[in-house]
Unconditional design. Structure first.
Length: 418
């Protein structure tokens, strides 16, 4: 089995041996971390961020900001940093060379070998990564919120996190995903990035990218798969609730819109930075580490507002060679429903531009909020029913994120107490 991931490097997995974990963390200073850091610990330890083995030092951050590469030349587009305030550094008494224990909600998360403590110019970082210093950009805001200092160094996860229902079967680690792809016999697979519940436009996109990935392969058996990889992380009011996103994608296969042997739903934990083209490159690395061969990029991939041209996330891949990325981008143009053709169609295909109906977020939202079953040309009935079920079961009555949901939802993961 190939375990070569992003950058042509071995997939990283850094988890303590359960037999010695307790003893290894006993005497370490404890530093509690917020959810974003706990998530990134999981990503680093399971190799979602391979070849990174920990939080970045200054030379890597500099190189990522300026050249979109790690200092060793591996393509990398978004800094992965661990921050603390000057006050916390003094309080915890942390210095370079220390080994500390990161804890999350009073459970041990990871051993952090602090190799470097440094400051970084955040204005410059935001400008380089997001192309703007506008604090309304959520990625810029997140950058400005980081504390005084960054700490770089390797992490080792103390024990595997428990992934809570209904997400349990969907967090598939890079090594596990490679096994699954092999078991399924897929010679190619195409990643579908999502933060939405799927309407038929999304389904059509997955089917279209499956065809693209199939290319010239022989047709004797199903050897290409679609891997839905939902990004689960920080939510903003108005986003779909995570439970609905994951379960509705899974039901597309269960209800037969995809065959059992061509479709797989999974999740990655990550707080979206909305970095547009740079986020597209980051998503490519993430899915290359999952062992996926192709990645679909649509219009305005991972963008926000009007900070990026809708096709910046396509063009950025022209900068890289095939050797740079172990995954092939499948570029998808804008698409819509055409009532004259009576099907979903691409920009530049049919000549009914004045008749087209966009699957706009507003249209879909009004359909969901009305609760009247839409035509199956827009929503599959199984998907639509499940959105309502998820709203009741997980969303306190709403399929969209509310303050109540954020305050009361069941956590996606928990670190076990030792
Ligand atoms: Zn048409």
């Amino acid at each position: 089995m190939s375990e070569i991931g992003h950058g042509g490097k071995q997939i990283v997995e850094r988890i303590l041996d359960p037999k010695s974990a307790k003893e290894k963390i006993q005497s370490l200073k404890k530093i509690p971390v917020r959810e974003q850091m706990a998530v990134e610990v999981i990503d680093l330890a399971y190799g979602f961020f391979s070849p990174l083995q920990g939080f970045m030092g200054k030379a890597d951050v500099d190189s990522v900001c300026k050249k979109m590469r790690l200092k060793d030349g591996t393509v990398w587009s978004i800094p992965i940093v661990f921050d603390l305030s000057d006050k916390e550094i003094v309080e915890y008494g942390i210095k370079e060379g220390d080994k500390v224990l990161l804890t999350y909600k009073d459970s041990p998360a990871a051993i952090f070998e602090v190799e470097e403590i440094y400051s970084y110019n955040k204005q410059e970082m935001a400008k380089d990564v997001y192309g703007t210093n506008d604090e309304k950009h959520p990625g810029v805001k997140l950058t400005y919120q980081t504390k005084d200092k960054f700490l770089g160094g390797k992490i080792t996860m103390v024990s595997k996190p428990v992934i809570n229902p209904p997400f349990t079967p969907f967090l598939i680690t890079p090594l596990e995903m490679r096994k699954k792809i092999k078991e399924k016999g897929w010679v190619r697979s195409v990643a579908h990035q999502t933060r939405n519940v799927p309407h038929t436009g999304h389904e059509w996109l997955m089917k279209g990218s499956w065809l693209s990935a199939y290319g010239e392969l022989p047709v004797e058996k199903m050897i290409v798969g679609v891997v839905v990889n939902a990004i689960i992380g920080e939510k903003r009011p108005g986003d779909y609730i995570d439970e609905a996103i994951v379960l509705t994608h899974d039901v597309l296969r269960k209800a037969g819109y995809f065959r059992e042997d061509v479709h797989l739903t999974s999740i990655s934990l990550w707080d979206m930075r909305y970095a547009g083209p740079r986020e597209a490159v980051f998503h490519a690395a993430l899915r290359a580490n999952l062992g996926i061969s192709h990645h679909m990029f649509g219009r305005d991939h991972a963008g926000v507002g009007t900070y990026y041209d809708p096709y910046d996330a396509h063009r950025i891949f022209d900068k890289f060679s095939e050797k740079d990325l172990n995954i092939k981008p499948v570029r998808v143009l804008e698409w819509w429903y055409c009532p004259v053709c009576a099907e979903v169609t691409y920009m530049g295909l049919c000549n009914h531009k004045d008749k087209i109906q966009n699957f706009s977020g507003t249209l879909i939202r009004s359909i969901i909020q009305d609760g009247v079953k839409p035509p199956r040309l827009i929503f599959r009935p199984e998907v639509f029913d499940l959105i309502e079920e998820c709203a009741q079961k997980y969303g306190m009555g709403s399929a969209y994120v509310t303050k109540e949901y954020l305050a009361n939802r069941n956590p996606v993961f928990t670190f076990p107490k030792l």
